[in-house]
Design a protein. Structure first.
Length: 164
């Protein structure tokens, strides 16, 4: 990628400089998402410019192979931003995975402590509502559900008869 940096303009070089390891390592997930978006837009722009320019030259040159030689700068720009996008994507994936693992560990720790893993609530809890501890699970054979279903089915049948 570095051999093609000569084709970039100053603003484009500034964007590529943000991919230096010491600068990219300082970004959090949101910063990486913003950088990813900017690099992707630049890649799309230069890829489109390269393809359009090459397509216009095909008719005059008589073939794609001979027309390709005239698009070296545009192709180099598209290549640089394609590589840059790969770098940012890999770093974003790494940071997102780390944050997901940290969140998972936090939620597991809260679950082991017997607390809900949902958001914290600062509002006072009304009577009869849990204070943040998980309820004990009661094992059932499914009979309660089956009985409720059967009762509801009978009520629906009766309502249908009453509606006649």
């Amino acid at each position: 990628m570095e051999q093609y940096l000569w084709v970039l303009k100053d603003k484009e070089l500034d964007l590529i400089r943000e991919l230096e390891p010491d600068r990219i390592s300082q970004l959090d997930e949101d910063g990486l998402l913003a950088l990813h978006k900017r690099v992707r837009r630049a890649r799309n722009k230069h890829t489109t410019n390269y393809r359009r320019g090459a397509a216009e030259k095909v008719a005059a040159a008589g073939g794609r192979g001979t027309a390709a030689a005239g698009s070296d700068k545009a192709r180099a720009r598209a290549y640089v931003f394609e590589e840059a996008l790969a770098v940012v994507s890999a770093e974003l994936a790494r940071v997102a995975h780390e944050e997901a693992e940290a969140l998972k560990d936090e939620r597991l720790a809260r679950a082991r402590a017997g607390k809900w893993s949902g958001p914290e609530s600062t509002a006072p809890t009304p009577e009869g509502v849990s204070s943040g501890r998980m309820k004990e699970h009661q094992k059932s054979t499914g009979g309660t559900k089956r009985d409720a279903s059967s009762q509801a089915q009978g009520a629906r049948r009766q309502a249908k008869r009453d509606a006649r």
